[in-house]
Design a protein around this ligand. Structure first.
Ligand SMILES: *[C@@H]1O[C@H](CO)[C@@H](O)[C@H](O)[C@H]1NC(C)=O
Ligand SMILES: *[C@@H]1O[C@H](CO)[C@@H](O)[C@H](O)[C@H]1NC(C)=O
Ligand SMILES: *[C@@H]1O[C@H](CO)[C@@H](O)[C@H](O)[C@H]1NC(C)=O
Ligand SMILES: *[C@@H]1O[C@H](CO)[C@@H](O)[C@H](O)[C@H]1NC(C)=O
Ligand SMILES: *[C@@H]1O[C@H](CO)[C@@H](O)[C@H](O)[C@H]1NC(C)=O
Ligand SMILES: *[C@@H]1O[C@H](CO)[C@@H](O)[C@H](O)[C@H]1NC(C)=O
Ligand SMILES: *[C@@H]1O[C@H](CO)[C@@H](O)[C@H](O)[C@H]1NC(C)=O
Ligand SMILES: *[C@@H]1O[C@H](CO)[C@@H](O)[C@H](O)[C@H]1NC(C)=O
Ligand SMILES: *[C@@H]1O[C@H](CO)[C@@H](O)[C@H](O)[C@H]1NC(C)=O
Length: 640
């Protein structure tokens, strides 16, 4: 995040390096005083009655792990508790010595523990580029995201900034239970929640105000839901109206990052946000790939998804290399970054640049940013990631201070780049969709965003990267977000929280490991086991072993959310060296919300994976007179 401070063009490539630096720094500091914060997962306490445990029951259950594992007094051990979780995970964070953790492992109900990791943090013209216009279209249909609450986990916010004015914003919905720890005059109908989790202890936010000392959080929050501010510019460029994706949505700010973001604080903020009543969570941060049960963002996001909350996370800034993603779980929307058509500087722009009304415009936009992390998905190769790309290069948005001394008012802006910037674009768009379809599940919103995405650029050609090479499916996922089309997708691939359990069993996690994610005991032989690619996901990722001659069969179920009477025909682009068949090839709906299941067979041709081609790609598209519903297909040829 340090690297995202300056002007974008110099910014990006260092994020991976800063991560290592922060990690070693954190470990070194902890070793000095011999206490290290651990994240500890435990089982649900056994309850006398069948009702859910009270908060007090959970607290004393967690405390019992501390008091029974040390010779220190109970009082002393109580002070070592950093966070207690109750909504999105069963467990706690505590400062412990390795011997104490060892002792704890013997206690009944213990599941696992790991030392806390420190994760790195990974506008405005972009609304116009995305087809959002004042007084018409999607903004008018959704009333600019009215009534939806976006929770942003970041470096805090600059509450004085006019992007957080509540002009035109309604009061928060009655379900809102959060609070705003800024002085009362700074909180308003836009900024309805603000809590600081850095340096907090005993499971409670510090109570101090989450002022943004960095700028990153102010930038991401205003990108998601900043209000209209006229005459916005930085470095004398991009002079126009700055506005976020959902200008009338509410913001709840959770400060979890300063010099990096501690896992315990991230999970505490997610836990609080769920209880507060947010609808969307936006996390412009993330670490390298690890199994989902060891990844607090994946664990917290599962808990949030179970409660109907949409979670949007950064894909990471470790591109352009394959297998460089963060935040790979299928219940998360994983967001890569691309350029917009506005060129602020690119002297380095290709000859295709044209000048329009004095501003340079790029007909090859959107291009995938070089830094945007690429698939395949390391933690779950059977799920294609990233899911989507959105604007993340040279994004102008609110900033706490003037970066060029040109601005006298509080309307100060900065231009920076990263998947940190594309993520809040998608969070805001999810808020718009939630506002117009309050009954859609998080998976339904994700499906709508993915199946309607653009795979062609402004010139009508396949999307390229910043080096003008054709961008593959591991760079763009389903493609570039098209908010207007996402609001009317025709068909939906839905997934309920319980559907992820057979999928987790199929990842060959132990039942204890699965329990960390699901917060309940799981018996894989009872719920069944499915291969990853059988999850009802709006894309396909197929792994072909060397010499594999067997067919792989999958099903998908689509729900009709378009006109009652709709007929869809199959349009298939079969990947390199593959055979495919789909049955049926015509989907005929007669009712709204009717579901139809179709079958897909994949079979490798002779010599597949032996010609030096490691990956294949194609698509499966359902076409009606009103809708194109497209699922990208990735094939990974395993040469081992
Ligand atoms: C908050 O308000 C109190 C009382 O009006 C004032 O003393 C304090 O300085 C204010 N704090 C900030 C950070 O503005
Ligand atoms: C931005 O545009 C407005 C109106 O066109 C103009 O008054 C203002 O001086 C411009 N600001 C900058 C920094 O160029
Ligand atoms: C524009 O880009 C060129 C080449 O990347 C760079 O040398 C120059 O410093 C940039 N100018 C600004 C104003 O950032
Ligand atoms: C802005 O003003 C401050 C204080 O006058 C000065 O230290 C700083 O160098 C200036 N920054 C720029 C970019 O001009
Ligand atoms: C601008 O910000 C300062 C704090 O930095 C605040 O005291 C002041 O009221 C703000 N001005 C406006 C017009 O909001
Ligand atoms: C899980 O184990 C089964 C049986 O050994 C194997 O076929 C499958 O590929 C494994 N799945 C993953 C994701 O490793
Ligand atoms: C899981 O379910 C199977 C089949 O019902 C049963 O045989 C087995 O004992 C169960 N395992 C556990 C750990 O309960
Ligand atoms: C794949 O087939 C080739 C040629 O038939 C054989 O040499 C090789 O050992 C096989 N590999 C595996 C993993 O079975
Ligand atoms: C579907 O895609 C085709 C081919 O790309 C295009 O011509 C058509 O306009 C699209 N239909 C809709 C409803 O977007």
């Amino acid at each position: 995040m340090e690297t995202e401070k300056g002007m974008a063009l110099q910014v990006i490539y260092l994020v991976g390096l800063t991560f290592m630096f922060y990690l070693s720094l954190a470990i070194a500091q902890e070793e000095q005083n011999n206490l290290q914060t651990y994240i500890i997962w435990v089982e649900k306490p056994v309850s006398q009655n069948s009702f859910a445990q009270s908060h007090e029951d959970l607290e004393s259950w967690y405390q019992s792990f501390l008091s029974e594992t040390s010779e220190n007094s109970n009082q002393l051990m109580k002070q070592r508790m950093v966070h207690t979780y109750r909504n999105v995970a069963i467990g706690f964070a505590a400062k412990l010595m390795p011997e104490e953790v060892k002792a704890m492992e013997k206690k009944e109900g213990f599941v696992s523990a790991h030392p806390e990791r420190i994760l790195p943090l990974q506008t405005t013209h972009s609304p116009d580029f995305l087809g959002l216009h004042q007084g018409s279209g999607l903004w008018e249909q959704t009333n600019y995201g009215e009534g939806v609450i976006i929770g942003v986990l970041d470096t805090g916010v600059a509450p004085y900034h006019p992007s957080f004015s509540d002009e035109g914003v309604s009061p928060p919905p009655a379900k809102w239970k959060g609070k705003c720890d800024f002085n009362a005059t700074l909180c308003n109908k836009k900024l309805i929640g603000a809590k600081d989790f850095i340096g907090s202890s005993k499971g409670k936010p510090t109570g101090s105000a989450p002022f943004d000392q960095d700028g990153h959080g102010t930038h991401t929050s205003s990108t998601a839901a900043g209000n209209f501010v006229e005459g916005a510019s930085a470095f004398g460029v991009a002079n126009g109206t700055a506005v976020g994706m959902a200008p009338y949505a509410h913001l709840a700010i959770y400060r979890v990052c300063d010099f990096g973001c501690a896992e315990g604080d991230i999970l505490a903020a997610m836990d609080a946000a769920v209880e507060d009543g947010v609808d969307v969570l936006s996390l412009s941060l993330g670490g390298p790939s690890i199994p989902f049960y060891g990844d607090v963002i994946a664990v917290g996001a599962f808990g949030a998804t179970q409660k109907g909350i949409f979670v949007s996370c950064a894909a990471g800034n470790s591109g352009p290399y394959h297998g460089s993603l963060s935040n790979e779980a299928p219940w998360i929307l994983t967001v890569g970054a691309s350029t917009t058509d506005r060129i602020l500087n690119l002297t380095s722009t290709p000859t295709s640049t044209i000048l329009f009304n004095g501003a340079a415009s790029d007909p090859l936009a959107p291009k995938v940013a070089t830094f945007s992390s690429r698939g395949p998905n390391t933690a779950s190769p059977g799920i294609l990631k990233p899911d989507i790309i959105g604007p993340g290069v040279d994004i102008l948005a609110a900033w706490p201070v003037s970066v060029d001394n040109a601005t006298k008012s509080n309307a100060t802006f900065n231009i920076i780049s990263g998947t940190s910037m594309s993520t809040p674009h998608l969070s805001g768009i999810a808020a718009l969709l939630k506002s117009s379809h309050p009954d859609w599940s998080p998976a339904a919103i994700k499906s709508a965003i993915m199946t309607s995405a653009n795979v062609l650029n402004l010139a009508g050609l396949p999307i390229v990267d910043q080096r003008l090479n054709r961008a593959d499916v591991f760079a763009i996922g389903a493609g570039h977000v098209n908010p207007t089309k996402a609001n009317d997708p025709g068909l939906i691939y839905d997934t309920q929280p319980k559907d992820y359990i057979p999928y987790l069993c199929g990842l060959n996690y132990t039942e204890k490991e699965i329990q960390i994610i699901t917060q309940q005991k799981v018996n894989c032989s009872q719920v069944g086991v499915i291969p990853e690619a059988q999850l009802n996901y709006p894309s396909f990722s197929i792994k072909i072993g060397s010499n594999e001659s067997q067919s792989q069969y999958y099903t998908r179920t689509v729900r009709n959310v378009g006109p009652a009477s709709s007929t869809y025909n199959l349009d298939l682009l079969v990947p390199h060296k593959m055979g495919m068949s789909v049955n049926p090839e015509v989907l005929t709906f007669t009712e709204v919300n009717q579901e139809i299941t179709y079958h897909v067979e994949f079979i490798a041709e002779d010599g597949a994976g032996k010609d030096g081609v490691a990956f294949g790609q194609g698509y499966l598209r359902w076409v009606s007179d009103k809708h194109n519903v497209t699922s990208p297909i990735a094939v990974i040829f395993d040469s081992k």
